[in-house]
Design a protein around this ligand. Structure first.
Ligand SMILES: [Zn+2]
Ligand SMILES: [Zn+2]
Length: 447
């Protein structure tokens, strides 16, 4: 409660300091200047994107990626500190008196085999939970990184138009928490806001499978995410002698089916909630009944009360399934491995940023009617006291989107092995939007 008041107060101070209708800042004129700058910068950003895309790295292993970004930012004149939160980096640029504004990108990719067939597709492999896995930038963090560098470039090219301190951060492991610690938390634990200036405001963007453009939402912008990990303990036996066994494959299967009734029958149908089982691991051969089955999944919700209801339903279903089989109680781990709270955008800052977006992008800047189902650990920075706007950038030309819809098809979404949008329009849109968002809050104070 106290922190909430404090946040509101500090934002009010900035809002008071920032003229609402600045004489100097015209979003549409600035967008034209950014577009012109991009005509010069884009070929280098394209090369950077394709290099990052072809060499993805998994969470907390992003050494090459971080190094590449550090070089880019140093060349621009930023003061760069590497190794913050293991592989994260912080790049600072001071340009006179004014607020400190944070811009975040993520560094990590996913343990997944790319199937885009593109000439610059990834063939990378890395160790993940003791197993060598293919690696793919299937969430678009490579687009975010190219946009992040492009934004830094365009801000420096326009540095007569803003004042203050830029704090560009690249965080590790957004996709996965290791022992409950995601990349954002790791950076905070490593003194992000004590060794470096604590930002007054922050921005981050995420690409999404929507028509090209910019998407914003005041208040809750993403779902909260919790990991689900259950181990069912049975009794192993020969496949021909089930009477000697307690079959954990059957328990896991029953759980996967029955747990969906928690979604459909227990929670309010109008409330958002998802339980997805994404992995079942059990057994080694068709004629052996194994002794354990491990079920992994993800739980998404907007409302903590719904989340608690889902937790209770999962717990009851898992125990019930084991009891029906005459097995011992299953081991349940909810949320201990990963717990990403919802990203909640600052309403005043969102309104201010949306104003600039609408002026520059007209009908290609849209308010989102509902939060996205995705989750993000950017929420950790907000909870640490940085009022922020986390916004979306659509990746497909409106026509492609409409055409696919017409044919009853869908374009690849984030985390699909086919997700690799044509980079140019996305990076250009992202750079223009992020540059405008930053300049908009770094106007010289008129007295
Ligand atoms: Zn992702
Ligand atoms: Zn992502």
């Amino acid at each position: 409660m106290i922190r909430k008041h404090h946040l509101a107060l500090s934002l009010c101070l900035w809002a008071a300091a920032l003229p609402t209708a600045s004489l100097a800042f015209e979003p549409s004129a600035s967008k034209a200047a950014i577009d012109q700058q991009l005509d010069k910068d884009y070929p280098r950003l394209d090369a950077l994107y394709k290099d990052l895309h072809a060499h993805p790295e998994l969470g907390f292993q992003e050494a090459r990626t971080a190094n590449r970004l550090a070089k880019e930012m140093r060349a621009l004149g930023f003061r760069v500190t590497e190794g913050v939160g293991k592989t994260g980096l912080v790049a600072i640029y001071q340009n006179g008196e004014g607020p400190t504004v944070m811009v975040r990108t993520e560094l990590d990719a996913l343990p997944l085999e790319e199937k885009s067939g593109l000439p610059y597709a990834s063939r990378a492999r890395q160790m993940w939970h003791g197993e060598e896995m293919p690696v793919d930038h299937a969430c678009g963090h490579d687009l975010h990184m190219a946009t992040w560098v492009g934004t830094a470039k365009s801000l420096l090219a326009m540095k007569d138009q803003w004042h203050g301190t830029l704090m560009f951060i690249a965080q590790p492991s957004e996709e996965a928490a290791v022992d409950g610690i995601s990349g954002a938390k790791a950076m905070l634990n490593d003194g992000l806001f004590t060794r470096f200036p604590k930002p007054d405001l922050g921005f981050a963007l995420h690409v999404m499978p929507a028509p090209l453009g910019v998407y914003y939402r005041a208040g809750t912008a993403t779902s909260s995410a919790n990991d689900l990990l259950i181990t069912f303990h049975g009794k192993g036996s020969h496949g021909s002698m089930p009477q000697e066994a307690i079959d954990p494959v059957l328990m896991a299967s029953r759980f996967v089916v029955d747990v969906q009734s928690v979604i459909s029958r227990e929670k309010d149908p109008a409330a958002f909630g998802i339980i997805t089982v994404g992995a079942i691991q059990s057994g080694s051969a068709g004629n052996i009944i194994p002794d354990t089955a491990v079920v992994r999944g993800t739980i998404r919700s907007y409302d903590p009360a719904v989340r608690d209801q889902l937790f209770a339903g999962i717990d009851r279903t898992a125990r019930g399934v084991a009891q029906m089989a005459g097995a011992s109680a299953p081991e349940l781990r909810l949320s201990s491995a990963m717990n990403y709270p919802s990203v909640v955008n600052d309403p005043a800052l969102t309104e201010r940023t949306a104003g600039a977006f609408k002026a520059a992008f007209s009908d290609k800047a849209r308010a989102m009617p509902a939060p996205t189902a995705g989750s993000e650990d950017y929420s950790e920075f907000i909870l640490a006291g940085v009022p922020s706007v986390f916004f979306g950038v659509g990746v497909y030309p409106a026509e492609a989107f409409a055409q696919a819809k017409q044919h009853g098809q869908s374009l690849p979404v984030n985390h699909s092995p086919m997700f690799a949008p044509t980079p140019e329009p996305v990076i250009r849109t992202g750079v223009a939007a992020m540059t405008l968002a930053v300049i908009n809050v770094m106007q010289p104070v008129t007295k």
